[in-house]
Design a binder for this molecule. Structure first.
Ligand SMILES: NC(=O)c1ccc[n+]([C@@H]2O[C@H](COP(=O)([O-])OP(=O)(O)OC[C@H]3O[C@@H](n4cnc5c(N)ncnc54)[C@H](OP(=O)(O)O)[C@@H]3O)[C@@H](O)[C@H]2O)c1
Length: 269
């Protein structure tokens, strides 16, 4: 049976084994999928060992998404642009790195009917996850794309890095006062500490949508803020998680699973 796994530290909480088991069932694929705890110091040895054990593909989660890049035989263009790898595909002698996070995000927006083209889009945060979604966001041609962050240097660096793909306006959160956006995406990790970042007044235009990359408890502070902005629709990042997993599954197996059913299953707990 073909073997797959997610590697991370910690990894016990990962939803990937349940998700991929369900994809396999749906598509009639015979495969196994494990969660493998890999500490950062042993990442090179672990990748080699998993290759020797015959694994055909790996998902990569925190804290290895950047470090794994130096250990790949080759890296896809989109993973290079994202500056991180979340999917490994077995090659004869090693691993090819790819990144399905941006694809997962944009597919989830599409599934939800949250438009990007021609809309004013604000992204809050400028960390690894945000870097991973900027290319597909720019390619969807928003009217404007603003990235705001607590540390002002990070959005400026992103605007510079993505200049050839499309324009990004770098801002700080407090400088957003008086702006209006049609889609606001929370890409900060503040919700994991039970916090919502400090923002000035009304930022969401009438009929606007709010999307959080976080899900579970970490989504609750942003959801409360989005409600206070009278958002037309509010979504968490569980759909993105499932869509990025489905994109990895398709790279490995050449078949696309039904994500809606798996999102529902994971939401039910
Ligand atoms: N749904 C999915 O599939 C998926 C995939 C990847 C990530 N995520 C989620 O995306 C979020 C971001 O992850 P990441 O990997 O990008 O993290 P990261 O690289 O550590 O970046 C964290 C970002 O949050 C900001 N931030 C954190 N605490 C803050 C606070 N109290 N006030 C203001 N800003 C704050 C940071 O601002 P500074 O730069 O100023 O520190 C930075 O922009 C996490 O919640 C993660 O769970 C979801």
């Amino acid at each position: 049976m073909d073997r797959y796994a997610v590697i991370g530290h910690p990894v016990a909480h990962s939803k990937s084994p349940r998700m991929h088991a369900q994809f396999a069932r749906q598509t009639g694929q015979a495969l196994s999928y494990d969660a493998v705890e890999v500490e950062p110091e042993v990442l090179p040895a672990a990748l080699q060992a998993l290759h020797e054990q015959g694994y055909r593909g790996l998902n990569v989660t925190l804290p290895h998404k950047v470090a794994v890049m130096a250990l790949c035989e080759s890296i896809s263009a989109r993973a290079q642009i994202a500056g991180a790898v979340n999917t490994l595909i077995r090659t004869e002698h090693g691993w090819r790195g790819d990144n399905t996070d941006g694809e997962g995000f944009i597919r989830d927006l599409h599934r939800l009917g949250f438009g990007v083209t021609g809309r004013r889009v604000l992204v809050l945060g400028a960390g690894g996850a945000v870097r991973g979604i900027l290319e597909p966001l720019l390619r969807a041609r928003p009217a404007t794309l603003v990235v705001s962050n607590r540390n002002p240097w990070k959005p400026e660096a992103l605007a510079e890095q993505f200049r050839d793909i499309g324009p990004i306006t770098p801002r700080t959160h407090l400088s957003l006062k008086g702006d209006r956006y049609d889609l606001i995406v929370n890409g900060t990790s503040a919700g994991h500490g039970g916090e919502m970042i400090a923002l000035p007044g009304q930022l969401l235009a009438e009929g606007g949508d709010c999307y959080d990359l976080s899900y579970g408890k970490a989504f609750l502070p942003f959801r409360a803020w989005a409600e206070s902005q009278s958002a037309a629709r509010i979504a968490d990042g569980l759909g993105m998680l499932v869509e990025q997993g489905a994109a990895a599954f398709e790279l490995w197996r050449g078949v696309r699973p039904d994500t809606a059913a798996v999102i529902e299953m994971l939401r039910a707990g």
